[in-house]
Design a protein around this ligand. Structure first.
Ligand SMILES: C[S@@+](CC[C@H](N)C(=O)[O-])C[C@H]1O[C@@H](n2cnc3c(N)ncnc32)[C@H](O)[C@@H]1O
Length: 422
């Protein structure tokens, strides 16, 4: 989602909307759908196209397979020393690997301080009826508390899906997992596979997150064994963001969590009504959702669905930045109230952001600051403190009058509908 006014804009990214890309990645045009992921290919001609040397941080000579577009091969790079010898295997092009090698995660040991270590006794993994293993809180956890921060063990440039047959990609994937340090490899291979077929590939299909890992914005799939144990619920209590500099995925509580409550993230767009959520989860993620929100009695589902329709409509109207827009601060406050009633704390930062902007449009300084602060508090859990949108909101909090949105329509539209200065 993009809020844009001239050259000034605040982009509300999909991750910012609070849903994980975990099943979304298989929706991308050109990527394999789950049915093809299930087929174990018999096609075997892994054309190793070039002999590359071992260069730090990599621990082996990269294995490369020619790509059908003939631009660049895709190669397997494994570092056994990455993240205190947790290790990582990366499948990408030699050019992308060069820029990865220069990232702080690989050049500065200090950058990974605190990653892959967990506060003790916060949670434990347990069998959950109808949904395999899940992570259960052992103690009360408060909104904003960090749950864990981990680095990926397998990283795949998504362009590979268009660039070569499945069998070639699977060859690189299998070798990538085989080369990981033993403990890491075992943790990977113990993960759940939902679709069957080649195990390494099935684990990717079931557990991968889609994310921008490199500074050049390239798309990657990542598998992080610890965070892969998080089940989905349509009212999540944890959210994540990935710091691209340190290659660390951080999870925080987005609301208070009781002892014995399961941690849930949201795999899909939170604005879908129940039947659409169930259909999407079944066709893209391969399971029938057993979360409490999908299983509540019809009466509550109907109320929830109608709230979601209004929430979507309000987001659309508040995002409309044309001079003919009809949205007001009342709409933004209604949105906040409905999002809270719906229990979607993972999109509350967006609702607060809209409220802050509406107040700024009409020059209400104190309320602008109040809503900006409320938005920032949650947005840093969803996108991280270095995120551009979070920094933009910070500037709205610091000095609303300096922000592009301040009395924007009053200045832009002389005598127009939006000249709503008080
Ligand atoms: C990323 S894994 C989550 C951890 C997994 N439960 C395990 O045992 O490792 C995703 C898988 O968990 C199960 N799952 C997650 N959320 C679920 C839900 N709300 N309802 C039913 N099954 C769910 C499905 O089998 C899905 O393929």
């Amino acid at each position: 989602m993009q809020l844009g006014v001239g050259s000034c804009s605040i982009s509300l990214l999909s991750e910012f909307l609070g849903f994980s890309p975990i099943c979304d990645w298989r929706e991308q045009p050109g990527l394999d759908l789950p049915t093809t992921l299930r087929i174990e290919s018999t096609h075997r001609h892994h054309r190793v196209v070039q002999e590359l040397e071992i260069t730090p941080p990599w621990s082996y000579k990269p294995d490369c397979v020619e790509s059908s577009n003939d631009i660049e091969p895709f190669c397997l790079y494994t570092s056994l020393t990455f993240a205190d010898s947790r290790g990582v295997s990366v499948i990408t092009t030699p050019t992308a690997a060069k820029s990865i090698e220069e990232m702080a995660a690989f050049t500065n040991k200090e950058a990974l301080r605190g990653a892959n270590t967990e506060p003790p006794f916060i949670y434990e993994a347990r069998a959950r009826p109808g949904r395999g293993i899940g992570l259960i809180a052992n103690t009360r956890i408060y909104r904003g508390d960090r749950i864990f921060s981990h680095t990926p063990v397998l990283v795949i440039n998504t362009k590979i899906y268009k660039a070569m047959p499945n069998s070639d990609r699977e060859f690189l994937q299998k070798r990538g997992v085989a080369r990981l340090p033993q403990k890491t490899r075992e943790a990977y291979l113990a993960l759940h596979g939902q679709f069957g077929g080649d195990l390494v590939n099935d684990i990717i299909a079931t557990n991968a997150f889609r994310t921008e890992l490199s500074s050049d914005g390239k798309d990657y799939l990542i598998v992080v064994p610890e965070t892969a144990r998080l089940n989905h619920a349509c009212r999540p209590n944890v959210v994540s963001f990935l710091d691209p500099d340190t290659w660390t995925q951080h999870f925080h509580a987005i609301r208070d969590i009781d002892p014995n409550e399961e941690f849930y993230m949201q795999y899909i767009n939170p604005l879908l009504v129940r039947q659409k959520r169930l259909d999407f989860l079944y066709s893209n993620c391969g399971f029938n959702c057993t979360c409490p929100r999908c299983n509540q009695p019809r009466f509550y589902t109907d109320i929830s669905d109608s709230r979601l329709v209004v929430i979507s409509d309000l987001f659309d109207r508040l995002s409309d930045q044309s001079v003919n827009r009809t949205a007001t601060i009342d709409d933004a406050e209604l949105l906040i109230s409905l999002v809270k009633q719906e229990g979607l704390e993972n999109i509350l930062a967006n609702a607060y952001l809209h409220a802050a902007l509406e107040c700024s449009f009409i020059g209400q300084k104190e309320k602008t600051k109040m809503y900006a602060a409320l938005s920032i508090e949650l947005a840093i859990l969803l996108a991280g403190p270095k995120d551009e949108d979070v920094m933009t909101m910070q500037s709205l909090w610091d000095s609303p009058e300096e922000h592009w949105s301040w009395l924007y329509f009053a200045n832009e539209t002389v005598g127009g509908k939006m000249s709503t200065t008080t």
